[in-house]
Design a protein around this ligand. Structure first.
Ligand SMILES: NC(=O)c1ccc[n+]([C@@H]2O[C@H](COP(=O)([O-])OP(=O)(O)OC[C@H]3O[C@@H](n4cnc5c(N)ncnc54)[C@H](OP(=O)(O)O)[C@@H]3O)[C@@H](O)[C@H]2O)c1
Length: 263
């Protein structure tokens, strides 16, 4: 899909990866509609790229409905907003659990449901869903997060098949650990030596390329981490035992403890 003058709606535009997505799609010539909760940050970002800001809490049904109206007018939907939702399941109260599922999974599905019919009637469009390698391989302290990221990945890959040949594409983006900004960097969690990271700009460049080339699934992570994740997807039991021996539990706890305030 050509992005020049396309209208691109980006959720989570105020976040670490969201800001890089805004820059990358703007540089590709798109007209941006930026969404997030923090109005002050959103207004500044919109002013910078000549885009439009739409403040919306994706866990609020009325806000989500309003944003669905914006999605109908978008040529490209970039469903990027999410909550970290890390920690053990019994540490979530019911409202926190519902909010995580609403923001990470239900909202992207509702936005795609709103956007796709209008894209089909225009004969072109693209839905980009930001999942995670946590949607390929499960890790400790992330049952809820993984549930939403596996779910989003399955939703996107199936929707892509339903839309094959229609002119409307669907891509699923799978970042690994992202440095410098975003929910992993903000957690202050540390990785074992040798586990590499990618920058928000690399994630954003992959997102633009996924839309332009209509790619089904795009991983943004170093090759060893990618290979480990897909192997763990094939053989989750043995992979979990190996990860535990390599200190995976400790890493997961360090990330989750830096994210408990963000539910
Ligand atoms: N960072 C990583 O290492 C990493 C790795 C793999 C996948 N990912 C995925 O990449 C995407 C972006 O993550 P990030 O690292 O940029 O996270 P982030 O910096 O924490 O940003 C999260 C974004 O989601 C928005 N958001 C959260 N709750 C919301 C709600 N209730 N309603 C509307 N917007 C809400 C935030 O908006 P406000 O700040 O305005 O509230 C913010 O813009 C997510 O889907 C994440 O799962 C990230």
């Amino acid at each position: 899909m050509r992005l020049g003058s396309a209208v691109v709606l980006v959720t989570g535009a105020t976040g670490g990866i969201g800001r890089a997505l805004v820059d990358a799609f703007s540089d590709a010539g798109a007209r941006l509609v930026l969404s997030g909760r923090r109005a002050d940050v959103l207004d500044g970002l919109a002013a910078n790229c000549g885009g439009r800001a739409v403040v919306a809490d994706l866990a609020d049904p009325a806000d989500l409905e309003r944003l669905c109206g914006e999605a109908e007018a978008a040529d490209v939907l970039v469903a990027n907003a999410a909550l970290p939702a890390s920690g053990r399941l019994d540490s979530f109260d019911p409202a926190e659990l519902d909010r995580c599922i609403d923001v990470n999974l239900r909202a992207p599905i509702r936005l795609a449901r709103a956007a796709v019919p209008a894209m089909l009637s225009r004969g072109r469009g693209h839905v980009l869903l930001v999942s995670s390698l946590a949607g390929v391989a499960a890790a400790p302290e992330s049952s809820l997060y993984s549930a939403t990221k596996f779910g989003l990945r399955g939703f996107g890959l199936a929707l892509r098949q339903d839309l094959a040949g229609s002119g409307v594409g669907v891509s699923v983006l799978l970042p690994g650990f992202v440095r410098d900004a975003g929910m992993f960097a903000d957690s202050g969690g540390s990785l074992p030596p040798g586990v590499g990271t990618r920058s928000p700009q690399e994630v954003a460049a992959a997102a633009v390329s996924a839309v332009e080339r209509d790619r089904a699934e795009v991983v943004v992570a170093p090759a060893p981490l990618t290979a480990g994740a897909y192997l763990a997807g094939l053989a989750p039991g043995p992979a979990a035992r190996v990860a535990r021996r390599l200190g995976g539990d400790r890493v997961a706890r360090s990330i989750a403890s830096g994210q408990t305030g963000r539910r």
